[in-house]
Design a protein around this ligand. Structure first.
Ligand code: ATP
Ligand code: MG
Length: 719
């Protein structure tokens, strides 16, 4: 006989033990049986008085069967309808070929199972939080699915050798390329703006829509910068950390959700975005690690315990960080390096970004003409700024073209600021007639808010904070109206206090840029303070050498020259400082700062750079190989070259090239991306003798090679 024609009453007897061992959410059954009059209050109480879960289920089955076939039919219908709560029984329903009969269809069924309700609530909230991509100006939001483009995701082993490529985000949690099964963390690394946060956003969004191949019921997303807002002494329990900074379960008097999480950690996915953004004093890590899920502890300690698997072992954890941040390989399960847009991705992104064919063509032609710009645009953030600015400035001015050959990162961020500040211009004027673009006029008109935003950015960076409170914003003299320019966006993720909203810069790199702007605008008579972050970097270096209990540390720098090492946010500020004080920016900056002061600042920076470059080059460790003297430079060499390129100073470039005495430079694993090759060329073209350059294990595409071409007469590139 087909099971579907077997009376439900018999089915319950036949599969009794399976039901007893599988059903977890008893209350939901009781609620529905009571609601539809199959059970009375007394039946419910009888079941509730039974101490153990299996016995409770046995009792429910016994009572349901006593009530007859109709009750049994309804019992199965509840299991079928509330499939999230009884997900483990769904395959069984299929096996027995269960189909609800006409008499039960339409009967009211409620889901009162706290676990599945919480899962639904999380999906709902995450879907809401992740459906839009940040855009400048809070009014202009773009749907994630309208703009998300795949990027190159390379799988690496523990020594950073390639294990192939990820084809889609479903493979992120899978077992492919796991090199350390004991490790708990799926580690996603990449440069500033390469799309780490967006990748996690997409990942969370897929989960919320049940489009991710995983049976995880809970998804908790954290941004690591939030750990900096906890006070040192503030302690929190794991339960609160999870719920307060995501959402609380509703109607869960018996704490079933948290208990379930503790029992089945594999049903949980965590994402921790931006590990590099933790700016804590290392002393905090001296507190012993927490292992009890009930204990209150410092939030950072909870984070460390989760990452190392001391808490919720077996839960899925994806963590992102900037390249160069090293975490001990024993906690890493697998590693993914984000490499930005490939040429095909870039084409796809152009098509998504520009709806008008005319714009698509214009941009493609201009990009094709400049491999350097293509190199920069392989980083999605820079690409986004360039495209957004293009679109905006195109609509305002007829004569706008994408900047060509020698565009620097400083130029890109100046473009973004110009776009923001151009909103101050009267909308009537810009919409009536396309005006001639006058960048210095736009900056001059926006000097007050620009100065205030820059001050805010600098203060934050000095404090090691990426979050600005309403109070700090007002103290800097910023008004409601200024906020709508687009530099800042509200932080919604973890404002649990109910106080006024906090804000953050739309991207940290913008904060670094504005902090550099503040140093240039500042009117102090002594100019040495502009170098403060160069010395900060060396100070950071010493701190990071302290042994940490969890062994998460910054990369150890073996070079004697510290100013080009460690803290990337400061490194970016230094880089932009070089760019803003470049000769090519004198025209613009001279409208904003007293020219005499500007000259003095330029002189201070140039003399400092000359000194550190000289001593850096002298300090490079050389060794004799079979084929001549070699030097293996470190990532800080690259930062130095980037800074020199931003200054545009041929003199310093020549001096650096002269300082390269060996015949062979190894730049392997230095995190060179295609956009850097113009900077390398800028320096290396001055090298007098033949040079071999080993670019092994970097991220230079054909665009990068094209940029190195001018130096080829003096150089062999080994890839
Ligand atoms: N896959 C993508 N598709 C479309 N746009 C993207 C993508 N990735 C990044 N972007 C664009 O680049 C911007 C910066 O990306 P994101 O914030 O993810 O960088 P990040 O790697 O997290 O940088 P950081 O290291 O500074 O945190 C995004 O706001 C978005 O506009
Ligand atoms: Mg990020």
């Amino acid at each position: 006989m087909e099971e579907s024609s077997v009376p439900c009453l018999h089915l319950l007897t036949l599969h009794r033990e399976l039901l007893v061992s599988t059903i977890t959410s008893i209350q939901c059954l009781l609620d529905n049986l009571l609601l539809n009059g199959f059970f009375c209050q007394e039946d419910v109480e009888i079941v509730q008085r039974i101490p153990t879960k299996p016995d409770k289920v046995r009792k429910v089955l016994e009572l349901v069967q006593c009530k007859g076939e109709e009750a049994c039919e309804f019992f199965l219908y509840v299991i079928y309808k509330v499939c999230d709560a009884y997900r483990d029984l769904q395959p069984w329903l299929e096996d027995i070929n269960y189909k609800p009969s006409g008499s039960v269809i339409g009967t009211e069924v409620v889901n009162s199972d706290p676990i599945s309700r919480y899962s639904q609530k999380l999906r709902h909230e995450i879907s809401r939080d992740t459906s839009f991509i940040m855009s400048y100006g809070q009014q202009e939001e773009t749907r994630l699915e309208d703009l998300y483009t795949d990027t190159v995701m390379e799988l690496l082993n523990d020594t950073n050798e390639s294990l192939g490529f990820l084809e889609n985000l479903n493979q992120l949690l899978g077992d492919d390329a796991v090199f350390n099964p004991q490790g708990e963390v799926i580690y996603v690394m990449g440069d500033a703006g390469v799309g780490k946060s967006i990748l996690l956003q997409k990942f969370a969004n897929l989960w919320s829509k049940k489009e991710l191949k995983t049976d995880a019921l809970f998804f908790f997303k954290f941004r690591c910068r939030m750990f900096s807002i906890f006070k040192d002494a503030e302690e929190i329990s794991l339960r609160n950390l999870l719920f307060k900074y995501n959402c609380y379960p509703d109607h869960d008097p018996d704490n079933e959700v948290f208990d379930y999480i503790l029992r089945f950690p594999e049903k949980v996915v965590f994402t921790f975005d931006g590990f590099d953004e933790i700016q804590e004093d290392v002393d905090i890590l001296k507190i012993p690690e927490v292992v009890s899920p009930e204990a209150n502890a410092n939030a950072l300690q909870l984070l460390m315990s989760l990452l190392s698997g001391k808490l919720l072992k077996g839960s899925n954890k994806v963590m992102t960080a900037r390249t160069g941040i090293e975490i001990q390989s024993r906690v890493i399960r697998k590693k993914v390096a984000l490499r930005g847009f490939s040429p095909d991705h870039l084409k796809a992104y152009i098509n998504l970004h520009f709806k008008e064919q005319e714009h698509r063509e214009l941009v493609s032609v201009q990009l094709d003409a400049s491999p350097h710009l293509c190199g920069l645009c392989s980083t999605p953030l820079f690409c986004w700024i360039v495209f957004k600015s293009f679109r905006h400035l195109q609509t305002m001015h007829d004569d706008f073209h994408l900047p060509d050959t020698c565009i620097t990162l400083t130029n890109i961020f100046l473009l973004l600021c110009e776009v923001f500040l151009s909103r101050l211009a009267s909308p009537a004027a810009s919409s009536l007639k396309k005006s001639t673009r006058c960048t210095s006029e736009t900056f001059r008109a926006g000097l007050r808010p620009l100065t205030a935003f820059s001050k805010l950015a600098l203060q934050g960076l000095e404090r090691g904070s990426f979050i600005c409170s309403q109070e700090e914003i007002s103290e800097c003299g910023l008004t409601e109206e200024d906020l709508s320019l687009g530099f800042l966006r509200p932080v919604s993720d973890y404002d649990s206090s109910g106080g006024p909203a906090n804000f953050e810069f739309i991207h940290i790199t913008l904060q670094s840029f504005l902090a550099a702007f503040a140093l240039v605008l500042e009117e102090q008579t002594s100019t040495d303070f502009i170098l403060k972050f160069f010395s900060e970097c060396s100070w950071r270096q010493e701190v990071s050498c302290t042994p940490l209990p969890f062994c998460i540390g910054r990369p150890v720098n073996l070079s004697l020259n510290k100013p080009f090492s460690t803290n990337e946010h400061f490194l970016f500020t230094n880089l932009f400082l070089c760019g803003l004080l470049a000769k090519s920016q004198l025209g613009l900056m001279g409208h904003l700062v007293c020219p005499a002061l500007l000259r003095r600042k330029r002189a201070t920076l140039k003399s400092y750079l000359s000194t550190v470059v000289r001593s850096h080059m002298q300090g490079l460790p050389t060794y004799k190989g079979d084929d001549g003297t070699k030097v293996h430079v470190l990532p800080n060499f690259l930062w130095m070259v980037r800074c020199i390129f931003e200054t545009g100073s041929r003199q310093i470039a020549q001096m650096t090239a002269k300082g390269i005495t060996p015949y062979f430079i190894k730049l392997g694993y230095c995190n060179v991306y295609s956009g850097d090759c113009t900077a390398l060329n800028f320096v290396l073209q001055h090298h007098r003798t033949l040079l071999r350059l080993d670019m092994d294990n970097n991220n230079i595409s054909d665009y990068g090679v094209k940029q190195l071409r001018p130096s080829f007469s003096r150089m062999t590139v080994v890839r």
